[in-house]
Design a protein around this ligand. Structure first.
Ligand code: FES
Length: 154
């Protein structure tokens, strides 16, 4: 189902742990990198490959916002809306991004460039409000800073 390189990497991970299920997070990352998101057929394949059930795998996937169940944009803007960020103005940031991109939480721009996702605490409450774009953190956000960040993405 995946490239030879990805399959080899999965083999290596499965051999590393005494219990195969311990490798589920890195295996899911490989699957997502290969396919862009984790569809049902990918989850079935991962479950079979790891000797798990579909339910074992889908419950892990549904717990973490870093796993995608549907196609997403090139850049996934994950804005924290938890208490510290909310108290420090995340709603203003949310409104600014919605206006700027014309999308709200859970949506992707028509050109496929941006997906906007609401997430819970990103673990950086002291620098709220915070967003994560793919794997990069951006802190102490202001609308101006958001413009700079999004406008500078290649
Ligand atoms: S509440 Fe936003 S990073 Fe913790």
């Amino acid at each position: 189902m995946f490239s030879q390189q990805a399959e080899r990497e999965i083999d290596r991970l499965l051999a590393r742990y005494p219990r195969k299920r311990s490798a589920i997070i890195p295996v899911l990352f490989i699957a997502q990198k290969e396919r862009g998101y984790l569809s049902d057929d990918v989850l079935e394949y991962v479950a079979k490959r790891m000797g798990l059930t579909y339910l074992d795998v889908v419950t892990v996937v549904s717990f973490y916002t870093m796993f995608y169940r549907r196609p997403i944009g090139k850049y996934n803007i994950q804005l924290c809306n938890n208490v510290s960020c909310m108290l420090c103005g995340s709603e203003k940031i949310q409104e600014h991004i919605e206006r700027k991109l014309g999308i709200t939480f859970g949506q992707t721009t028509p050109d496929g460039r941006f997906t906007f996702t609401e997430v819970q605490c990103l673990g950086s409450c002291g620098t709220a409000p915070v967003m994560q774009v793919n794997f990069d953190y951006y802190e102490n956000l202001t609308p101006e800073k958001v413009d700079q960040i999004l406008d500078s993405l290649p």
